[in-house]
Design a protein around this ligand. Structure first.
Ligand code: MG
Length: 175
């Protein structure tokens, strides 16, 4: 049988490392709220929290979180090979693998996620502003994109669910 890790361990590590790197689910939920509030008038922060937690349950999301945080930390410790060290440490504009890794998260809930991801990446609301700050000791070259992607995926999940609820109502409960 191929080797496989206990999925609870991976989920636990994901939560712990996000917290150790200073990101809370609440902050990610606030980004989701920001993205979705104009489209869902009765949206609550609790619904956003629930959606962020559902996104974080996905194994492909956990893999991206752990991989990204690891690379950020290796960059802080000057342990990467040159010239990769310089590129990740300085969040070099043409590097781009941080965004590509984050796209594996956005993919989980379909194409609305892509638009939202591009949007938060551009305007950097809430905790993304802090993560993107280059003056601190911590490097978040990967984590800023990952957090934006989790919020975008959670937002896309809400959009799909609201649509399904609406269809259920309009269809007189036939679905
Ligand atoms: Mg980045």
């Amino acid at each position: 049988m191929p080797y496989s890790l206990d999925s609870k361990k991976i989920a636990k590590a994901t939560y712990e490392w996000l917290e150790l790197r200073g990101v809370t689910n609440r902050e990610i939920a606030e980004l989701t709220f920001f993205l979705q509030k104009d489209y869902v008038p009765d949206l609550t922060i609790e619904e956003c929290m629930e959606s962020v937690e559902a996104v974080l349950e996905k194994r492909e999301v956990q893999n991206a979180v752990l991989t990204g945080i690891q690379l950020d930390m290796l960059a802080e410790q000057q342990k990467l090979l040159p010239p990769l060290q310089e590129m990740i440490e300085n969040d070099e504009g043409l590097y781009g693998c941080d965004e590509v890794l984050a796209l594996s998260i956005v993919n989980v809930y379909g194409s609305i996620g892509f638009t939202n991801f591009g949007y938060v990446d551009k305007i950097k609301p809430g905790c993304l502003k802090r993560l993107n700050d280059k003056h601190g000791e911590q490097k978040h070259t990967f984590l800023d994109d990952i957090v934006g992607a989790i919020a975008a995926a959670a937002s896309s999940r809400i959009a799909h669910r609201k649509q399904a609820e609406k269809e259920l109502r309009d269809g007189g409960g036939r679905l």
